[in-house]
Design a protein around this ligand. Structure first.
Ligand code: ATP
Ligand code: MG
Length: 426
């Protein structure tokens, strides 16, 4: 029996790769416009890094991490998200010494042992952005605006939800009020919420169970418990988003699954992917750099799920036909194949995306291949053409054909044909 990929691990096949590349290229372009620099960090880190940042009592750390002991007996983990590793690198290399505010992004695979379904995998990919060094609320709006612009330039429609989680000054009081509220409902909550009531009470608010959600309708709201500093901060975030004409909804139940967040959190939501509604999410994490042993610097970041972006684009646009090629050479018979071989290389050398059927199948089959390759032109070297010492250049969209003499000076001939095809395509 052949070996299959692991459950939740997916191959990205050639006919999907075009969309993936477009998502990544658009993201890089936008991140660049906003002054972000790329950083590449390892996939494997010490387990402690994630336990210390994401939080021991979170779903990710409790049940989703790919953790194992390596050959030296050290506990290591395949990164479940990007922020912790980027911050570790930021601290390790003292990147804060270079600029007052550092804007970093990273692109790559993340690993979480979840139940695989559409838009939820065990190896998935994130575009992950971090800004370190300022706690000003206008920066939160700038970061959200960048995520919003990316979604817009990709041509996807999502809604933006925002919340504030307060800070270490005001959150404990809210927690107390919430725990009191939950204590009154003890025994009537789902198993997860009963547990979280003690370990991580804020997390009950975004429980997916309809029964729990019904009970939380009149739960206390964090937004009524913010201290004046957090209230003003959130006020300016909202005002700045309005200045940029970015529509948002306030969702006081959005608590996020990672412990390190404070103040602003946000999610970009779609209703087109079933339960996998978050396309991107993020928030402020002012204490995290210090918690990881670095200087006391505030930060904010977000991550977008690339699988979900690609799924949305595929739903909108259908399968990608792949990039168009410039020319396909249909050469029939050994003599034609022999002449076509250096022509093919010469055209590629001159910048064309060119292909041919080296098996020299029938003309019908080769014309089909030219169509599949999405070729703009076909160069036909058939038996009749060979006797006349010519080739036929066929424009695949207009079907116009012209006869061109076979090369005497190969290099010059290829240069000329490549230039002609490029200029016709402009
Ligand atoms: P969800 O609520 O869908 O589990 P999350 O809150 O765990 O998301 P984050 O940790 O904030 O997600 O990660 C940011 C983004 O990464 C998500 O909005 C989503 O688009 C994507 N993402 C997270 N987990 C997965 C996964 N297992 N498979 C595919 N994409 C994912
Ligand atoms: Mg999750």
């Amino acid at each position: 029996m052949s070996i299959r990929a692991l459950k939740g691990f997916k191959d990205i096949l050639p006919d999907e790769v075009g969309i993936w590349q477009r998502v990544e290229a658009t993201a890089r372009d936008i991140f660049h416009r906003f002054g972000f620099a790329e950083i590449k960090v390892p996939i494997l880190e010490k387990t402690e890094l994630f336990a210390r940042s994401i939080g021991e009592a979170t779903d990710i750390v409790e049940k989703e991490m790919y953790t194992f002991t390596d050959r030296n007996g050290e506990s290591v983990t395949m990164r479940p998200e990007g922020t912790a590793a980027v911050l570790r690198a930021f601290i390790e290399h003292s990147l804060h010494a270079k600029l007052p505010v550092q804007k970093l992004y990273t692109v790559g695979p993340m690993f979480r042992h979840e139940r695989p379904q559409k838009g939820r995998l065990r190896q998935f990919h994130q575009l992950s952005c971090e800004v370190l060094g300022s706690d000003l609320p206008r920066l939160d709006a700038e970061v959200i605006a960048m995520a919003w612009l990316l979604i817009n330039e990709l041509g996807i429609t999502v809604s933006l939800e925002i919340n504030s989680l307060g800070c270490p000054a005001c959150r404990p009081l809210f927690k107390e009020t919430l725990v009191k509220f939950l204590d009154e409902r003890a025994g009537s909550l789902c198993e997860d919420c009963e547990r979280r009531r003690h370990t991580n009470p804020l997390r009950v608010l975004d429980c997916k169970s309809a029964h729990c959600q019904e009970q939380y309708v009149d739960a206390p709201s964090i937004l009524d418990h913010l201290c004046s500093g957090c209230r003003d901060h959130f006020g300016t975030v909202k005002e700045s988003l309005a200045q940029l004409a970015i529509p948002f909804k306030i969702n006081s139940f959005m608590v996020r699954g990672l412990d390190y967040y404070n103040r602003t959190t946000f999610e970009l939501i779609t209703d087109a992917l079933g339960a996998q509604s978050a396309v991107g999410a993020g928030g402020r994490y002012d204490g995290l750099v210090e918690q990881l042993g670095g200087p006391s610097l505030p930060g904010i970041g977000f991550a977008m799920g690339m699988e979900r972006l690609v799924l949305l684009l595929q739903q909108q646009e259908g399968q990608d036909n792949g990039p168009a090629s410039d020319l396909f050479i249909a050469a029939l018979g050994e003599e034609a194949q022999r002449i076509a071989f250096p022509i093919l290389h010469g055209l590629r050398t001159n910048g064309l995306q060119a292909g041919m059927d080296i098996e020299g199948r029938s003309l019908k089959s080769q014309m089909k291949q030219a169509g599949r390759a999405n070729a703009a032109y076909t160069l036909i070297l058939g038996e009749e053409e060979m006797t006349k010492n010519i080739a036929i250049l066929r424009d695949m969209s207009t079907r116009a054909q012209e006869e061109i003499p076979l090369p005497e000076n190969l290099a010059e001939w290829c240069r000329g044909l490549a230039a002609k095809i490029k200029s016709n395509q402009c």
